[in-house]
Structure formats: C-alpha cells, structure tokens
Design a protein around this ligand. Structure first.
Ligand SMILES: C[S@@+](CC[C@H](N)C(=O)[O-])C[C@H]1O[C@@H](n2cnc3c(N)ncnc32)[C@H](O)[C@@H]1O
Length: 261
C-alpha cells in the first residue's frame, strides 16, 4: 500500500511547519522506551514514519544505528536538514525497505494510527529480530478546560473540526487490534509529562498542523488562522508565553522468539 493520501496531503507539503510547530519527544520517554525493550548503545533501530526526525534526533546518541524510514519526500528533505547525521530511506510501514530480522527495535512516533493494519504489523514483525521489540509513541494534549481553550475549540467547532481530546487515535482498543495474533508480547504502557513553549501565533500555527485541519483549502485555513489569532490574543492570559502541555504516551512490546508470521 502506498502512503495514505490524507497523510501525504496533510504532512507532505508543509514539513517545515510540522518541524517548527509540533512538539518533540522528552528524553525520559525515549530512555524508558529503550529500557523497556532492552536496547542500548549496540542496538540497531528503525524510526518508522520518521517525519522530520523529531524522534530520530533523540535516538541517534543513544543507540548504535538509527534508520529513519519515511515515505514523504518533503518530510525526508526536512529530516535531512534538521538531523544531518540521520540515515534515511524512502519506504512505508507496509513495505519497509529492510531485510528480515535486521533490527533490534522499531519505533513509530505519532504515526501508527496512519497504518494500524495487520499488514503493517506483519511487516514490522518481519524486520524486528526475535527478542527485540516495538515502541509506539503519541503526544497527548493535556487540556485544562481554561476559557481560552474553550474559545479556541468553539472556533474549531464552527467549522466542524474536533478538539484533540475527541480524536481518540491513541486508544489501545483501536490500534491494538492490528497486533492481535502477531508475534509480540503484551504491550507495557508509560506516560511522561512535558511542555512546548510558544506564543499565540505559534499556538495557532501548531493547531493548524493538526492533520484534520491541514486538509482544509487555503482560503479556509487563512480564515481559521485569523479567527484563532483574534480569539486567542483576546482570551489567552499571557499571549507572549503560551505553554502547551502534553503527556508522551508510550506502548512497548517485545518480539516473541517463536516463528515469524
Ligand atoms: C505525524 S507525522 C510523525 C512524524 C515523526 N515520527 C514525529 O515523531 O514527529 C506522521 C508521519 O507518518 C508518515 N506516514 C503516513 N502514512 C505512512 C505509511 N503508510 N507508512 C509510513 N509512514 C507513513 C507521514 O508521511 C508522516 O511523516
């Protein structure tokens, strides 16, 4: 299967915005994922759906080899600029361009929901060595119900867009089905709080990177940008110092040592 066309449209043409306005991954979350899978300085890992390399750059100093696999050429260009040390391949979750049992770990950060299929899981199981493992990560917004959030979400609601808490893409029940019967042990779950600091224009650009908004046409996005700027400049208590709070949620599972799928 080729890259999901919604993902290509959502991320492919605006990799720079993604790089500037999306959060990274806290070191503690990455360290816990490596610890969970027993990975370290000698390990070879894949960062699948690496995007602009937000996780790749955290992995590089901690393991022996990181191969970033990413189908969007724009994302790969941004990754090469942001993480010049990265080794990058064109590929998808359904066709990972690596031999059987060739890596100790496979990471998919903010991405598995794009390819949560048995086909992709079988491909992941093919490339991960028995005894190695897989780690799936998502950054979940921590919404406090502040008045400025309610106003921003009301503005999104006017165009029929869901607030982040309503997206539910991280839920184990939903993506876990793709792993049913696959040669992995049960998933362990962790979460690590962290923050992204920006200002109101940065917060608005962050919101506009959400995939369900990036598919809007330019005129609609410009209108939404103007409305969000006006609402948030008025409602946010400190427009020059905006904190976006997250929990990085991690799910890790070891590849069983039995026969491959
Ligand atoms: C939200 S970005 C995540 C980027 C990065 N992992 C991070 O932590 O910021 C999702 C990425 O998934 C990629 N993608 C979408 N469909 C894919 C597929 N079928 N196989 C591999 N990557 C895919 C997109 O091109 C995009 O770069």
């Amino acid at each position: 299967m080729a890259i999901d066309p919604r993902a290509e449209q959502a991320f492919g043409s605006e990799a720079e915005a993604y790089e500037r306005h999306r959060p990274g991954w806290p070191g503690e979350a990455v360290a816990r994922a490596l610890g969970c899978l027993g990975l370290g300085p000698e390990s070879e890992v894949v960062d699948l759906a690496a995007g602009t390399g937000k996780l790749t750059r955290e992995l590089i100093p901690l393991v022996g080899r990181v191969i970033a696999v990413e189908p969007s050429a724009d994302m790969r260009r941004a990754l090469a600029a942001a993480v010049p040390a990265a080794e990058t391949l064109d590929g998808t979750a359904e066709t990972i361009p690596l031999p059987d049992s060739s890596v100790d770990g496979l990471f998919a950060a903010e991405a598995f929901h794009w390819f949560a299929t048995r086909e992709a899981v079988a491909e992941i199981a093919r490339v991960v060595r028995p005894g190695g493992g897989v780690a799936l990560l998502w950054n979940m917004h921590q919404l406090g119900g502040d008045p400025w959030q309610a106003e921003a979400f009301a503005t999104l609601g006017e165009i029929g867009a869901p607030a982040p808490g309503q997206l539910g893409r991280h839920e184990l029940e939903r993506w876990g089905q793709a792993f049913e019967g696959a040669p992995f042990d049960s998933f362990e779950e962790f979460s690590v709080p962290h923050e992204q600091r920006t200002d109101v224009p940065g917060l608005v650009e962050h919101i506009l990177t959400w995939s369900h908004l990036r598919v809007l046409d330019d005129a609609k996005r410009d209108e939404l940008r103007r409305e969000l700027l006006s609402v948030l400049e008025r409602e946010h208590p400190s427009p020059g110092d905006v904190v976006i709070s997250y929990r990085a949620r991690l799910y890790c599972a070891r590849r069983t040592r039995g026969a491959r799928t």
